[in-house]
Write a protein that binds this ligand. Structure first.
Ligand code: APR
Ligand code: ZN
Length: 370
């Protein structure tokens, strides 16, 4: 039995607006089938911001962060596939591994997963508050903005040690989600035309994956010129500054509408517009997550009469054990350049500034290094 560990972590208590506090918390485990991972890098992702800005409710206090890579530092009983020293990428969507969906290769559709409740798959947490010993909760079953975390073995995916930790952390959320949305959900093939609305961390990852898949043209849409310049570096062949004539511009760039369109902001208005950006028979893929309880209105005829398909992308339809090593391999071969996605590397104490930079739309991705 491993002794509980004192760990510095970025904690959200909901008592000081959108601010996080860096505190010493207590981390128990690893228990049977779990590993403790020394976090080396944790990405600052839009999903955390949704929580800090009050758009989604989660149990508090929350250890935030869910996009991470690190090194296995302790293994629980019954762990077969990982050893101390292995480099791993963390999967925040932690499926039960036993139901029909999991057995059928659709872990993202597992209804027993408790990630969204900030609990490990067995419904418990390994975190407690350093001050009073009360339970604390790992956001998305990860709580990655911490010096160490405990996750089930299956949620720590071993990858090639040559992938730097900062890039590796992104594979666990933004890059993995973007890759999966293209390869698994939309199944984009070479020569298809594509449009990506929102060129943040997730949108740029989609653009890189589209280039890898051979899509052409690749149209990027954003409200920020700086983000569009980054989109071009990631592989966009044409950029459109979002405005009134967005639909016309996209139709003109794609010869009447794209084969496939991705929404990577989580804005109801842009989700609504997505079917208008694709040609009859095209696919519209919802990747961004809107605020809780908001509905998207879509013209039924656009779907039925024009044979358009809407695809929901949950965690990019990823099978982490299969897809994370594929993404890492594509990065190492040079086919999927990911270094440019990182615009700042910061320390844990700068976490609030990193979220503020994201709110101002200044940075694509900040990564916290430990
Ligand atoms: N039109 C076009 N682009 C917009 C608009 C708009 N009306 N509003 C915002 N954007 C752009 C921003 O300029 C930014 O580049 O959308 C991008 C959003 O990117 P980030 O804030 O970096 O968020 P990201 O981490 O990429 O996540 C996007 O995916 O996984 C989900 O929860 C996540 O819902 C979030 C979404
Ligand atoms: Zn994320």
């Amino acid at each position: 039995m491993t002794e509980p560990k004192q760990v510095r972590a970025a904690v959200y208590r909901g008592t000081e607006g959108d601010r996080l506090s860096v505190e010493t918390m207590t981390l128990a485990g690893p228990e049977h089938g779990e590993v403790r991972v020394t976090v080396r890098a944790a990405g600052v992702c839009g999903s955390d911001r949704h929580v800090l800005d009050g758009e989604w409710q989660v149990p508090l206090p929350a250890v935030m962060g869910h996009e991470a890579a690190g090194v296995v530092e302790a293994v629980g009983a019954g762990v077969r596939g990982l050893e101390i020293g292995d480099h791993v990428v963390i999967a925040w969507h932690q499926a039960c591994q036993r139901c029909g969906e999991c057995a059928g290769g659709k872990p993202w559709a597992c209804t027993r997963a408790k990630s969204n409740d900030s609990l490990l798959p067995d419904g418990t947490t390994r975190w407690s508050d350093g001050a009073d010993g009360a339970a604390a909760y790992p956001y998305l079953a990860t709580g990655a903005m911490a010096e160490a975390i405990v996750v089930p073995e299956f949620a720590a995916i071993k990858i090639d040690e040559r992938v730097p930790f900062d890039v590796a952390s992104l594979i666990g959320c933004s890059v993995g989600t973007g890759y999966g949305a293209v390869a698994n959900n939309a199944r984009v093939v070479a020569g298809e035309s594509a449009v990506v609305v929102g060129a943040g961390g997730v949108g740029l990852s989609i653009i890189s994956a589209l280039r890898l898949a051979g899509a052409n043209p690749i149209v990027a849409v954003d409200v920020s010129e700086a983000k569009l310049a980054e989109a071009t570096r990631a592989g966009a062949t044409r950029t459109v500054l979002s405005g009134d004539d967005l639909v016309e511009q996209v139709r003109e760039a794609t010869g009447g509408g794209a084969d496939v369109a991705f929404e990577a902001i989580g804005r109801v208005q842009t989700m609504q517009q997505l079917p208008e950006l694709i040609r009859p028979g095209g696919r519209a893929v919802f990747v961004g997550l809107p605020p809780e309880g908001q509905s998207v209105e879509i013209d039924g005829l656009l779907l039925a009469y024009e044979g358009k398909t809407i695809i929901g992308s949950n965690y990019g339809g990823l099978v982490p054990a299969r897809d994370f090593p594929r993404v890492a391999g594509a990065y190492l071969s040079g086919a999927l350049p990911l270094d440019d996605l990182i615009s700042a590397r910061v320390g844990l104490d700068e976490v609030n500034e990193a979220f503020d930079a994201m709110r101002r739309g200044e940075r694509t991705r900040s990564v916290i290094l430990f």
